[in-house]
Every structure is written in C-alpha cells, then in structure tokens.
Design a protein around this ligand. Structure first.
Ligand SMILES: *[C@@H]1O[C@H](CO)[C@@H](O)[C@H](O)[C@H]1NC(C)=O
Length: 187
C-alpha cells in the first residue's frame, strides 16, 4: 500500500503471460483511490475481445489487440491528465487516442495486480482475477513517448517507472502467488 498524492500524467505497463486457458474477463492492473475505485485500470473484456483502459471510473474499449493465451504480451496504457487523452499499446502497436477524462488522480492510492478493486483496497471478484504470469510492471507520472514505449516493448534500456518500479517494488502478496526470477536466456 502506498500513500501518494499525485498530479498524474500517468502511464502504466504490464507484460502478462496467460499460461492457463483464461478465456474470461480479467484484470491486469487496478489502482484505486477513496473516490474512484477504478482510478487507473487495465481490464480485458473477453466477451468482446477488447482491452479497456479505465481512468477515474470512465472507460474506453479497444478492439484489435491480439491477446492470445500461452504467450507473452506487452500492454501499456498512457493517459494525459491535461488533455484527458488515453492510448493503448498492445504488443507495441498504438491504438488511436481518445478523450476519456481530464484532471489529476489525487488522494491515497492502492495498486493491485491481477485483482479488480470495486472499493478502495477491496471488493474483489474471483471471476475477474488474472491467472498467469506477469512481469515488468511500471508506472510513470508522465506520459511516455512512443520511443520510450518501444524501448520498453523491446526490453531495451528504458527508464523505469517513477511511481511503480518493478526493480524496486514495495509489495505484499495475498493468496497463492509465486514470485520468481524471470528467465531471460537459456544456457
Ligand atoms: C528503479 O529501481 C532500480 C533498482 O533499485 C534503481 O536503480 C532505479 O534508479 C530506479 N528507478 C527509478 C526511476 O526510480
């Protein structure tokens, strides 16, 4: 749990792998505040094959993300709190930008990976949980350039998140979660 008061020009990123045959809706990333349980959320709608960025309880749906099970994907969502524009990057391919909502995300935030918060730090639904592997989750308080996102996707030397930094993550495990080192190469 972290206490942050942010002027959020936010963006976040996750590389989940779905090893199970997870065909239902599920959450990748959930950040809640006291006023907005979906302050910053990335959600997969399996019925319509749409990846949904949610900002401050507003959402938009993007089709065209080839989010197949059994392989790694790179999912990034950017949002500019001044213009209110959101964009989704799925395996390095940018969506169109859409207006969603503007103004900062403020107050104390709780970020949960793989479970959706319907209230601040709670309100979970097991039917929406993520099953699979997740790595390299970062969050920044500014909108990344296309070039920075490409570096992230290619696992090159990108600037780690200054809100959430996977290399220095302060986290708590709840339930049956295994943490392990990522296998980068085979010998
Ligand atoms: C992220 O964490 C790594 C490892 O602790 C550290 O070297 C780096 O400076 C951190 N980056 C940011 C932006 O906080």
């Amino acid at each position: 749990m972290c206490l942050l008061v942010l002027l959020m020009l936010a963006s976040c990123a996750a590389s989940p792998q779905d090893l199970s045959d997870l065909k239902r809706d599920h959450i990748l990333f959930s950040m809640a505040t006291q006023t907005n349980s979906n302050a910053f959320l990335v959600y997969w709608d399996a019925t319509n094959n749409e990846m949904e960025p949610h900002i401050k309880d507003q959402k938009t749906e993007y089709g065209g993300c080839d989010y197949k099970p059994g392989m790694w994907h790179s999912i990034c969502s950017t949002w500019d709190s001044v213009t209110g524009l959101v964009q989704l990057w799925c395996d390095g391919r940018p969506s169109s930008r859409r207006f969603i909502t503007s103004g900062p995300i403020s107050g104390s935030t709780i970020t949960i990976l793989g479970q959706e918060q319907d209230s601040h730090g709670g309100g979970f639904d097991s039917k929406q949980c993520f099953v699979g592997m997740m790595s390299d989750v970062h969050m920044w308080d500014y909108t990344l350039s296309a070039c920075e996102i490409q570096k992230y996707v290619d696992e090159l030397n990108f600037t780690p998140g200054n809100v959430l930094n996977w290399s220095a993550l302060d986290f708590e495990i709840t339930g049956r979660v295994l943490t392990e080192d990522k296998q980068m190469t085979c010998h």
